[in-house]
Write a protein that binds this ligand. Sequence first.
Ligand SMILES: [Zn+2]
Length: 68
Amino acid sequence: MQDRVSCSTTEQRGVFAAMAIEAYCVKCKAKKIMTDPVEGTTKNGKPITKGKCPDCGTTICRIGAAKK
Ligand SMILES: [Zn+2]
């Protein structure tokens, strides 16, 4: 299921299943460990990691690849 978020990406699925990646949830107004994280690329070609808020299910994302 796709949510509309400001950070649209091209996704690469299943890159990291078990990593704990923090991202800011705009609904909870707090950092959350995203669930189901996927790595993608923004329109600008920057790496981005996208997942879901464990509390409210909103799609959250952080700039940068999850692994260094
Ligand atoms: Zn949330």
